[in-house]
Ligand binder design. Structure first.
Ligand SMILES: NC(=O)c1ccc[n+]([C@@H]2O[C@H](COP(=O)([O-])OP(=O)(O)OC[C@H]3O[C@@H](n4cnc5c(N)ncnc54)[C@H](O)[C@@H]3O)[C@@H](O)[C@H]2O)c1
Length: 474
């Protein structure tokens, strides 16, 4: 099929590259001309595992092209995927300016018949608005159907998620829309592809047929926001339990494992930390809250989740203050800036919230992230004129003269750092692990004082005491 993808960010680029990989002719376009020029020269704007190979395969087979001529890309396509950003407005609502702009562009240049597929995360009833906008500005020059196909990929495993989705949701209010999407996704639905990660047939790489769920467009749009808000809630619940564990002297790992073994709850997303971030959960949560309010429903549970999540970085800084007493002028090393491992994305990352606040209170910071350094240099700017933020070439280098090391993203690479050598470079042996990356006891063995989330800091508390022997004859 001939496909146009508008918006070549994390979602659009991954989707476009994967659609070309399964045999479609794809043109990716974006209003960011620099990004498109880079892609044409083989420069990737994001880090995503396996994406370079999938892109290279598409370019080599000539099934994947990039252009900044949006009109030409629209004209050539039967199916147009809208993957532009829907960032949060100041009031928490999803900003729909890009979606509207793209819709009008489609209306102005399209001819024949087009399927317009929304992949961006949007408020419920956006498909209706897209349809109305197309009708208003198309003046009958072409026929169209609007489809909602919410995206569930996770940054860091985006390529895997495209080929191994648990479900594909198709919101459609038009005859023929579902058949079109079934044909488009047929190779993924039927496992007819060689896994990009292993080069082996899908069946040899754990592929299982995804659930195909066709709904109304309104339901599909709601599913996406409801799913992300539920996951945010689950993380926040784990965080609350970790606070309770600290107060009660229990171990959150044990408690959450005990909860997650119940199949009605499940173990995933029950990991406490410094809060959720990224370009999805925080903005989708607030957008969903605002959508509910517009519909006349007071979804105050979501407001509470948001407030509790916003407090996580402050709670972590309070722990640091408790350990160091005075923060102003002290030096700390920071490991991790990305909102989660496997990505270079620092948008709404709690790690960045913490770094900014520590800079504001006068701390000096050496920082390292395996993938996010380039983006951080561009976007995580220290207060004007401040030289307090230093970017390091390695994880070990952040330890230089540090009074504490802060683990803010759970990159597995941090487990393999030379912690003994780092200890020798530090002023004080203190680690605050905001992600519970290390098992208890591991860093203590190097002499570090180790503070994590919801777990005892006093090792004696986690070492089992010998059973008390009863006196003979009792
Ligand atoms: N990132 C994720 O993990 C993820 C997962 C599921 C859904 N989503 C949703 O998908 C959408 C895109 O997210 P993303 O992370 O890919 O965003 P992104 O910022 O990485 O990419 C958006 C792209 O759209 C382009 N763009 C913006 N306005 C445009 C316009 N008028 N015309 C053409 N191009 C335009 C931007 O230049 C950018 O390249 C959002 O609605 C997001 O909520 C994201």
């Amino acid at each position: 099929m001939k496909i146009c993808v508008i918006g070549t960010g994390y979602v659009g680029l991954t989707t476009g590259a994967c659609l070309a990989y399964i045999g479609h002719d794809v043109i990716c376009t974006d209003c960011d001309k620099e990004k498109i020029a880079g892609l044409r020269q083989g420069r990737l704007p994001i880090y995503e595992e396996h994406l370079p190979d999938v892109l290279a395969a598409g370019v080599q087979s000539r099934r994947l092209q990039f252009t900044s001529e949006i009109a030409a890309a629209i004209e050539a396509a039967e199916v147009i995927f809208v993957c532009v950003g829907t960032p949060p407005d100041r009031d928490g609502k999803a900003n729909m300016a890009a979606v509207e702009q793209v819709t009008r562009q489609i209306a102005e240049v399209a001819r024949g018949h087009k399927w317009v597929v929304g992949k961006s995360t949007v408020p419920v009833r956006t498909a209706e608005r897209i349809e109305k906008t197309l009708r208003t500005y198309a003046h009958g020059r072409f026929t169209f159907g609007v489809i909602s196909n919410p995206e569930f990929l996770r940054e860091g495993t985006g390529i895997y998620d495209f080929f191994h989705p648990d479900r594909i949701i198709i919101g459609r209010d038009h005859a023929g829309a579902e058949a079109c999407m079934r044909a488009l996704y047929a190779p993924v639905l039927e496992g007819r592809f060689d896994c990009p990660a292993h080069g082996r047939p899908a069946q040899a790489c754990g592929w299982r047929a995804p659930v195909w769920l066709a709904t109304s467009t309104a339901s599909a749009e709601l599913i996406k926001h409801a799913a992300n808000s539920f996951l945010s809630l689950k993380i926040t619940y784990a965080n609350a339990i970790s606070d309770l564990c600290e107060l009660a002297g229990a171990n959150v790992e044990e408690v959450l494992r005990g909860i997650g073994l119940d199949p009605r709850i499940g173990p995933q997303f029950l990991r406490p930390g410094i809060g959720f971030g990224g370009f999805c959960f925080p903005k989708d949560l607030s957008a969903f809250h605002e959508i509910a309010a517009e519909l006349g429903y007071d979804f105050r549970l979501l407001a509470e989740v948001q407030a509790m999540n916003d407090a996580r970085p402050r709670q972590f800084i309070a722990k640091l203050r408790d350990a160091l007493w005075v923060l102003d002028g002290k030096r700390v090393g920071v490991l991790g800036l990305a909102f989660k491992p496997g990505t270079d994305d620092i948008r709404l990352s709690p790690a960045c919230v913490i770094v900014r606040e520590l800079l504001r209170v006068g701390m000096r910071i050496r920082v390292y992230d395996p993938q996010a350094m380039e983006r951080a240099r561009r976007e995580l700017l220290p207060p004007e004129g401040s030289a307090a933020l230093e970017y390091c070439e390695s994880g070990e280098a952040v330890a230089e003269q540090a009074e504490a090391l802060l683990i803010l993203t759970e990159w597995p690479q941090f487990l393999a750092l030379d912690w003994a050598a780092m200890a020798a470079r530090m002023t004080r042996l203190l680690v605050l692990d905001g992600r519970n990356l290390f098992p208890l006891g591991q860093l203590e063995a190097f002499g570090y004082e180790y503070i994590s989330i919801g777990r005892p800091t006093n090792l004696a508390a986690v070492t089992l005491q010998p059973e008390v022997a009863l006196p003979a004859g009792s």
